[in-house]
Design a protein around this ligand. Structure first.
Ligand code: PLP
Ligand code: TYF
Length: 394
């Protein structure tokens, strides 16, 4: 039967990662896959994660199954981190999932169960996995304008006019912060306008938040998500701990479904448990338990937040250095957007041919849409990148 299978398109980001590994040049620079790396190019295990794992090793006395939704303490801790008290706890159903990808997948399945003809509006561009999972599930993905290739900021007028085309029963997928792949984000006033459009159209928002703490800080990065969740009747939130806890391979995510009234919370909770059971029964536990241990212990939490803040500030410093260096070399501020973008990524706005030229001539690897991972840089490689960008004629 397997002879009927067709080759599937590779994930371009992961293929680039392999290409980088195979490149023998010693001065190559990896600005591809979205993984945080420090100035030495290492993705460290965070101090609080090590401490929590040590504590778990000493105290954990069983690895028997958790519940279908994961440990309720994990959901409580994550809801506190992401939503604060923006929404009554009793309105929120939540399920632990394998990473933020698992949360997105379960959210899309829940949408399809609730409304088989739902369309999901996605930013143009968005994280490629959003579109590939939607396609796989047979859900129509409708792009809305987002990135202005002139200003490299948000094309907000285009976004709003496209979102007005959503209808009740449709879903609008928004990035909570640190937009992937562009780095361009909404400001607080724009979030309010998006909420007004959601309420006018009756479309349900789904927020993917995978980089809380990587942009303007833990609280500021959650602000958009909190105002949306508080300002609409129903909302889905897919969260990832991969980046802000550095637990990528542990597969640690959470899906939240906020009900219009607390009476419907139980049904949502049952739906999430059902979907977990259909796909993998019990979600992974180790990463979730580490995260819970950290968030529920004042000292570990403070240490985690401090290390995350150092990570954030190091990326911000690299952004500023790159923007300044480009300004010096270009003699103009046409690259100032790099300093304005937030999170791990910036979209340079270079053509695929130029991205290819940077790879071939300079060993600089960025994703084909000219997304660069700021955390792949350090103080020494920023001037090398800036010089290559100017010489390539970006
Ligand atoms: N959503 C966005 C926008 C992402 O960039 C990522 C990638 O890290 C994820 C979700 C999912 O991450 P993971 O499944 O590794 O938690
Ligand atoms: O966009 C990125 O680089 C990260 C990591 O299939 C990633 O979100 C990339 C591809 C993928 C899963 C995660």
């Amino acid at each position: 039967m397997f002879e009927t299978l067709k080759a599937q398109p590779a994930d371009k980001i992961l293929a680039l990662m392999q290409m980088f590994r195979d490149d023998p040049r010693t001065d190559k620079i990896d600005l591809g896959v979205g993984v945080y790396r420090n100035a030495d190019g290492i993705t460290p295990v965070m101090r609080a994660v090590k401490a929590a794992e040590h504590r778990l090793w000493e105290t954990q006395d069983t690895k028997a199954y958790t519940g279908l939704l994961g440990d309720p303490a994990y959901a409580d801790a994550m809801i506190g981190l992401i939503l604060g008290d923006a929404v009554p706890r009793a309105a929120i159903a939540a399920a632990a999932t394998p990473g933020g990808t698992g949360a997105c997948r379960q959210a899309f399945e829940m949408i399809r169960m609730a409304n088989p003809s739902a369309r999901v509006f996605v930013s143009d561009p968005t994280w490629p996995n959003h579109i590939s999972i939607l396609n796989y599930l047979g859900i129509e993905a409708v792009p809305y304008r987002y990135f202005d290739s002139e200003t490299r900021g948000v094309d907000f007028d285009g976004m709003i006019s496209d979102l007005k085309k959503a209808a009740p029963g449709d879903v609008v997928l928004l990035h909570g912060c640190c937009h992937n792949p562009t780095g361009a984000n909404l400001n607080p006033v724009q979030w309010q306008e998006v909420i007004a459009v959601l309420n006018a159209t009756g479309a349900v928002p789904m927020i993917d938040i995978a980089y809380q703490g990587f942009g303007d800080g833990l609280e500021a990065d959650a602000a958009g998500t909190r105002t949306v969740a508080a300002g609409v009747p129903e909302c889905l939130i897919a969260a990832s701990c991969s980046k802000n806890f550095g637990v990528y391979r542990e597969r640690t995510g959470l899906l939240m479904a906020i009900a219009a009234d607390t009476g419907r919370q139980g049904l949502n909770q049952g739906t999430l448990a059902f979907l977990n059971r259909q796909n993998y029964s019990f979600p992974p536990d180790h990463g979730a338990r580490v995260v819970t241990t950290i968030l529920n212990d004042a000292d570990l939490r403070a240490d985690w937040a401090a290390e995350l803040e150092d990570v954030r500030l190091s990326m911000l410093g690299l952004r500023r250095q790159l923007a300044d260096e480009l300004q010096r070399l270009a003699g103009s501020d046409r690259f100032a957007f790099i300093g304005d973008h937030r999170g791990m990524f910036s979209r340079l706005g270079a053509s695929p041919a130029l991205v290819e030229k940077l790879r071939q001539d300079h060993g600089i690897y960025m994703v084909g849409d000219s997304r660069l991972n700021i955390a792949g840089l350090n103080a020494k490689t920023v001037p090398i990148l800036a010089d290559a960008i100017i010489r390539a004629g970006v």
